[in-house]
Design a binder for this molecule. Structure first.
Ligand SMILES: [Zn+2]
Length: 391
């Protein structure tokens, strides 16, 4: 029997539906109690949605405060600011509204607010979180990061280094998925965040800790992204496509929460540190350069990904099906509009040493080690060179 032993962690309660955000006071009262003090941590770029969420809380009797000092790739001081705002307000519940940055900040602030230590104290899961985190609700306005279903928060230190925190205290109590909240997301961000979900799903079902039960969730996420991302990019108001992408992102989040991510995220985080490349695009480009090489190592796992992507498998050898995956993935990410060249980000071949060194930093080790194929120094240089010179 070659099925590995595995364990599946509980997912947050997930509520899905169009316009659910307009009336969820009852749900909040159930989780946080009636008349609770709530802190909404919202992306400052979406004031209309933040107002809609405040209105949607009518009926909960809640006292509401808003914190919106968030930027893309949140800094530890913003997490500390949100935790301080939660303490000042006496909040028992923190509601994150926005993309991955807002959700990561909200979850992290809710986890550390009951203690006195700053965010960086908890970096890389080195120290346990305080007991009794505040109630956490995630309301994503993008479809990709999966923060609503993971136990991870990513943040940057004062020095600009991208780190992560992990633990049960970072699992949301409720993920509220309302596809109408994502229709305003511009095409470029729709594509980049959607590709992030695709990379989560592919990495989670191909890395060392992959397991068959979790794989099923990942394959479904891959099918949904392949079927619906282009429509979501080209027809932003298509609620069917937007809803399918939200489900894909939440499913892929469950996927990585149960098995992790691989080399795409190791190099992708390095691209974030080196040049602040958007996370979804960064991991998308990193996996683009590594996928065919990964597929050589574990053809059966990658042939299953090929099948989920719609590549014909009938009567063909597993290795041949797996070998098609790199090209099919490249075609897909270009087709949804992902810019593969990093020229506009100020990166070129001369940045190779810096990218390799940052990928080898300790914070990226768990992702490097989890990958299905261990890169030699020469492999890593070749993959990073391919990323920096892609056109
Ligand atoms: Zn990601």
């Amino acid at each position: 029997m070659d099925t590995p032993s595995f364990s599946i962690s509980p997912a947050p309660r997930i509520v899905f539906g169009e316009n659910k955000a307009d009336d969820f006071g009852g749900l909040v009262a159930e989780l946080a109690g009636r008349d609770a003090a709530l802190l909404i941590v919202a992306d400052p770029g979406i004031p209309d949605i933040a107002q809609r969420i405040v209105k949607g809380l009518k009926g909960s009797g809640a006292r509401i405060a808003l914190y919106d000092d968030i930027r893309s790739d949140p800094m530890s001081r913003q997490v500390d600011g949100a935790a301080e705002a939660a303490r000042r307000h006496g909040a028992s519940c923190v509601i994150g509204v926005g993309g991955g940055s807002a959700l990561d900040t909200a979850k992290f602030a809710a986890a550390i607010a009951p203690g006195g230590e700053p965010a960086e104290f908890y970096a890389l899961a080195a120290k346990p979180f305080p007991n009794r985190p505040l109630v956490k609700i995630c309301i994503p306005t993008t479809a990709g990061t999966g923060s609503e279903t993971t136990r991870v928060s990513v943040f940057s230190t004062r020095e600009g280094i991208k780190l992560w925190a992990w633990g049960d205290a970072l699992r949301a109590d409720l993920a509220l998925l309302d596809p109408t909240l994502t229709v305003g997301l511009p095409p470029g961000l729709t594509a980049a965040t959607g590709v992030d979900a695709l990379v989560h799903a592919i990495e989670a079902c191909t890395i060392k800790r992959a397991n068959p039960l979790n794989d099923a969730v990942c394959y479904h996420a891959i099918r949904l992204v392949v079927r619906h991302l282009k429509t979501a990019v080209e027809q932003p108001g298509d609620l069917k496509a937007r809803g399918a992408m939200q489900i894909a992102a939440a499913a892929a989040g469950i996927g990585i929460d149960n098995s992790g991510t691989g080399i795409g995220h190791a190099i992708g985080h390095a691209l974030g540190t080196v040049a602040r490349v958007h996370h979804g695009r960064a991991v998308g480009l990193a996996l683009r350069a590594a996928l065919a090489w990964n597929a050589e190592e574990t053809p059966a796992r990658h042939a299953a990904v090929s099948a989920a992507m719609g590549i014909s498998t009938a009567g063909r050898r597993t290795s041949a099906v797996a070998a098609d995956l790199g090209e099919a993935y490249d075609r897909f990410v270009r087709d949804v509009g992902l810019e593969v060249s990093l020229k506009q980000d100020g990166l070129a071949a001369q940045d190779l040493d810096r990218l390799v060194e940052t990928t080898l930093a300790p914070e990226n080790k768990p992702m490097r080690d989890a990958n299905c194929r261990a890169p030699t120094p020469a492999d890593l240089r070749r993959i990073c060179h391919e990323i920096l010179t892609a056109a």
